[in-house]
Design a protein around this ligand. Structure first.
Ligand SMILES: *[C@@H]1O[C@H](CO)[C@@H](O)[C@H](O)[C@H]1NC(C)=O
Ligand SMILES: *[C@@H]1O[C@H](CO)[C@@H](O)[C@H](O)[C@H]1NC(C)=O
Ligand SMILES: *[C@@H]1O[C@H](CO)[C@@H](O)[C@H](O)[C@H]1NC(C)=O
Ligand SMILES: *[C@@H]1O[C@H](CO)[C@@H](O)[C@H](O)[C@H]1NC(C)=O
Ligand SMILES: *[C@@H]1O[C@H](CO)[C@@H](O)[C@H](O)[C@H]1NC(C)=O
Ligand SMILES: *[C@@H]1O[C@H](CO)[C@@H](O)[C@H](O)[C@H]1NC(C)=O
Length: 938
């Protein structure tokens, strides 16, 4: 028994140790989550998300095969050499907005595959030679918003593939600070905005010949930009946004900027004269941004720019332009794209665009126009027109009359209150029409003109409340129709007639109208916002979606909380449905038949629905379900999962329910579950959760998303403690171990007491001898064979007469066996114990003559003990029990071991008659040799 005790202690400590071990290797990450829906839908990617978790160090349990790691918005102060060890597969690493002031040399050494590294918004002051060692595949390095003032000459030498380096918002002051960047042969884009550069003088000595195509010097206190030699032969993009003061522009030869395609200028700090010089040395540009220049733009800078014959696109945003006249664009005949976003335009002269007949794109959004300018009529090449965010109240028939090439019109966010059919009638090429967030009440006949090619129509957020029969009847190419608003529509029976190509429809409804959707044979996505006006809404008995056999995505969101009565056949006919997302739609319960029509469903969301419980039958038809979101309900038990047979489920969100205790066995019935979210449940730090806790920590397949952050609500004494840190061992000790321990102690006590009872009472020393003898013979027995006797006969003195008168004559005389009888064959003077053991081990069998006297005699029962030792030891059936009389059960009961022997082994009762058969049976029992005999001889 002491041995068993120490074994269990050892086992216990092993278990404890393995628990500890598992904590550090656990599949659920401590401070991070492996995204189930990674933003970058890289099928084989492992995206680890640890953003905004107040982390001070980089977690050490990031899986080795992580491809994307987001540690942004934490409090990390340092990246050390061990932090990112072994992350050989990492492609994207986000460290922005931390407190990093130090990065160890070679900290990124293992990141051989890294493409993007973002360390913006930290406290770095210098970049050392070996900081970026190993990043041979890095393409983008973002270091904005640090305090970098020194870059070591070899800092970028290891970056063999880098194309973009962002060094904006740092404390760089002179060209020598950034020479290492200019020298990177693969670098295309260098962002140096918002630093402290004052004088920049580029020559071959400092820069060599750079491969840069894009250089941003915006928001610097530049006093001088000097290009003395042809060091930027490939430069296409140059930016000087919002520089603080006027500067000297010294470009020795126009040809130095021959590749320049785009020039970005803004602000009024730079003088008109300098701007003019700039424009005169950049005469190959096609794109020019002149933003927030106000007076300079008004003072004819536009004309100067338009001298550049290659110029095709001009952004004149934020220039406070109030009225556009012909003069402003008079020399801009080559323009194809003009952006006048965010000015104060109230109107324009009718000939304002006459000089620019080639315009294809005109962006006038965020101005103060009250009508569509008549000036547009001259733009017969216009393809894209943006008039959003103005004050237009009305559209006239002539407004777009001549714009027959238009492909896209954006009129969102105006005050248009009525639509006339004539407005769009000439726009036969129109593909996109956005006219949401206006104020019209009816569509009327507006779309009954022939917009054959219209593909997208956004009418959201208007005042419409009805959709009439045939409103969209001619829009046979329409693919995408948005009718969402804060009002619900009365939809006429044939409202969607003719929309044969419609794939996506979003609208509000007050109820599910009968057969309205039956006109939409191509519909794949339907988003419905239910805005209910009465308390109870009954769905018609006719299933509303029955003809939508191609629908894959259905979203139903109830906007105002009401009780919806839903018939079980709601989804009838949706045989292609894959995504069914509902928000506050089902209330309280679902009919078990709800999903029997949708066998292809792979993603099901039933959130904010007050669900108390679900029936397992509900999920039975869903053989392809991969994602199930039941968050924000009132579930208290997960029993339904155990029987739901969701054998394909990967993702399960049960956050914001009322789960207190979780029985982890339900997850055994979800064989491929990889993501489980149980956040925001009132979980209990109690032993009833210990099974779940251990499973959460130990299982290596299912991630318990945010698991290490779950805190307990119950019991009050544990309130706020972390669930996964609950000491399950105490439960184990409490319940199982105590159980085990107490059973063990009880058993040993019982054994011990019976031991004491049987042995000590008479011959403690005898017991000791029996044991020694047993050991001795056990060791010796191998040498003993062959047996000297056929059987050793153990009997009580009281039965001696029977033995000598009946047994011996029969077995020795008639049957010819050689018996060992202690009165006859024991060696005199030898310890009795040795004699017994010797007799037992040198006989093939032991015959016990059992009577009440026998059972009461100590010596005889020792013989049984011994024989049964041998029995267990040699696995041979050596014992033959001959019962002289019916022994009362309670007497036998004391001989535990014998009782089981009697149950299993040969025993024979001395009969009152038919003794011949008895002796034949004894003969047979003596005759069996090897092999365990479990058969009864009766
Ligand atoms: C990433 O590794 C984990 C275990 O280390 C494994 O379960 C998982 O399948 C791996 N993921 C990928 C995409 O290789
Ligand atoms: C990170 O996880 C560990 C282990 O669960 C926890 O002790 C620590 O508080 C967590 N850190 C943060 C910032 O949540
Ligand atoms: C910028 O660097 C200069 C020296 O190069 C230093 O004097 C100044 O304090 C730094 N400014 C900031 C905001 O770190
Ligand atoms: C500018 O450079 C080109 C070619 O490098 C050369 O032919 C031309 O003479 C130079 N012009 C001036 C004004 O130096
Ligand atoms: C509009 O187009 C018509 C011909 O389709 C033309 O006669 C008319 O002059 C155009 N309007 C303007 C303002 O250019
Ligand atoms: C359906 O929704 C899913 C999830 O948002 C999306 O990935 C898929 O592209 C959608 N399908 C269609 C046809 O819109």
């Amino acid at each position: 028994m002491p041995a068993t005790g120490s074994w269990s202690l050892l086992l216990l400590s092993l278990l404890f140790w393995s628990l500890r071990l598992d904590l550090s290797l656990s599949f659920s990450l401590k401070n991070c989550t492996i995204s189930y829906f990674p933003a970058d839908a890289n099928a084989n990617g492992v995206a680890v998300e640890c953003s905004s978790r107040k982390l001070a160090v980089i977690p050490n349990d990031v899986p080795r095969n992580t491809t994307s790691l987001d540690l942004s918005m934490n409090r990390i102060v340092r990246i050390s050499t061990v932090d990112l060890r072994g992350l050989f597969k990492l492609k994207d690493a986000q460290f922005h907005n931390n407190w990093i002031s130090h990065i160890d040399d070679r900290a990124f050494k293992d990141l051989k595959d890294l493409n993007n590294l973002d360390i913006a918004g930290n406290k770095l002051t210098e970049l050392t030679d070996d900081m970026f060692e190993g990043l041979t595949r890095l393409e983008t390095l973002v270091l904005n918003d640090n305090q970098i003032s020194s870059i070591s000459s070899g800092a970028f030498q290891h970056l063999l593939s880098v194309r973009l380096i962002e060094l904006g918002e740092n404390n760089l002051t002179q060209i020598s600070d950034v020479v290492p960047a200019f020298k990177v042969p693969t670098l295309k884009t260098l962002q140096l905005e918002f630093n402290n550069f004052e004088s920049l003088e580029f020559d071959s000595l400092s820069v060599g010949s750079s491969s840069l195509t894009s250089l941003d010097l915006s928001i610097n206190p530049l006093t001088r930009f000097s290009l003395k030699e042809d060091v930027f032969p490939h430069l296409q993009n140059l930016g000087f946004d919002e520089c603080f003061q006027d500067m000297k522009w010294e470009v020795a030869n126009k040809t130095f900027l021959r590749s320049l395609d785009r020039l970005t200028l803004s602000g009024t700090s730079i003088s008109f004269k300098t701007y003019k010089e700039m424009l005169q040395t950049t005469d190959n540009i096609q794109n020019l941004v002149m933003a927030n220049m106000d007076i300079w733009v008004k003072s004819d800078l536009v004309s100067i720019a338009c001298q550049i014959s290659s110029l095709s696109s001009m952004f004149l945003t934020g220039n406070n332009l109030g009225f556009l006249n012909r003069h402003m664009l008079h020399s801009c005949s080559g323009l194809t794209k003009l952006n006048l976003f965010l000015n104060q335009l109230t109107g324009m002269s009718e000939d304002a665009f006459q000089p620019t007949p080639l315009l294809r794109v005109l962006l006038l959004s965020s101005n103060r126009l009250t009508e569509v300018p008549a000036a547009l009529l001259t733009l017969s090449s216009l393809e894209k027109l943006d008039l959003s965010s103005n004050f237009i109240t009305q559209l006239r028939c002539s407004d777009f009359h001549n714009l027959t090439r238009l492909l896209s019109i954006n009129l969102q966010l105006n005050r248009i209150f009525s639509l006339k059919p004539c407005v769009f009638q000439n726009l036969q090429d129109l593909k996109q029409l956005y006219i949401g967030q206006n104020s019209f009440f009816i569509v009327g006949d507006c779309f009954k003109v022939h917009l054959w090619k219209l593909e997208s129509l956004d009418l959201s957020m208007n005042e419409m409340t009805t959709i009439q029969e045939g409103d969209f009847a001619t829009l046979s190419s329409l693919q995408d129709l948005i009718l969402l608003s804060d009002k619900s529509y009365r939809v006429a029976h044939g409202a969607f007639r003719g929309l044969d190509s419609l794939q996506t429809l979003s609208l509000n409804l007050a109820f599910f109208p009968n057969e309205v959707f039956s006109w939409l044979p191509s519909l794949e996505t339907l988003n419905i916002h239910l805005i209910l006006t009465v308390d109870d809404v009954t769905v018609n008995d006719n299933p509303p979606f029955s003809n939508l056999s191609r629908l894959t995505n259905l979203t139903i969101k109830v906007v105002n909380i009401c009780r919806v009565l839903i018939t079980p056949n709601l989804l009838s006919g949706l045989k292609s449905l894959q995504y069914f997302w509902t928000d506050a739609f089902f209330t309280g319960s679902l009919h078990p038949d709800t999903f029997k029509y949708t066998p292809r469903l792979r993603s099901l969301k039933i959130i904010r629905s007050n669900l108390l419980e679900l029936s397992p039958e509900l999920f039975r038809p869903l053989k392809n379900l991969k994602e199930l979101d039941l968050s924000n309900n009132k579930l208290r038990s997960l029993g339904f999962l155990a029987e739901a047979t969701l054998s394909t489920l990967n993702f399960l969100n049960l956050s914001e329910n009322e789960l207190l205790v979780i029985n982890e066995t339900v997850f055994h019935s979800l064989p491929v579950l990889t993501y489980l979210d149980l956040s925001e449940n009132p979980l209990a730090c109690e032993c009833s959760n210990s099974g779940f806790i251990r499973w959460a920590i130990e299982n290596n397949q299912t991630q318990i998303a945010h698991g290490h952050g779950y805190t307990c609500v119950f019991p009050v004494s544990q309130g706020g403690n972390r669930l996964l840190e609950f000491d399950v061992l105490s439960c184990w000790v409490d319940v199982q171990f105590l159980c085990f321990l107490s059973t063990a102690v009880l058993v040993s006590l019982v054994l011990l007491s019976s031991f004491v009872h049987r042995f000590l009472r008479f011959h403690l020393t005898y017991a000791y001898h029996v044991f020694l003898a047993f050991l001795y013979h056990k060791r010796r027995r191998k040498n003993i064979a062959p047996h000297r006797y056929d059987a050793f006969v153990s009997y009580n003195m009281q039965d001696e007469a029977w033995v000598y008168e009946e047994l011996v004559p029969e077995l020795e005389g008639q049957q010819g066996w050689k018996l060992c009888l202690h009165h006859r064959d024991f060696e005199p003077g030898r310890p009795i114990v040795e004699n017994i053991t010797d007799a037992i081990y040198s006989s093939r069998k032991t015959i016990c003559v059992i009577s009440q006297h026998y059972l009461q005699s100590e010596w005889c029962s020792r013989e049984i003990q011994m024989a049964s030792f041998r029995l267990f030891d040699e696995h041979r059936d050596v014992l033959i029990l001959l019962f002289m009389e019916d022994v009362p059960g309670h007497l036998l009961g004391a001989y535990h071991r014998m009782r089981s022997l009697v149950k299993r082994h040969s025993y024979l009762s001395w009969p009152r008659s038919a003794r011949t058969i008895f002796w034949q049976n004894v003969q047979r029992a003596l005759g069996t040799t090897e092999a365990t005999n479990t058969g009864r001889v009766a």
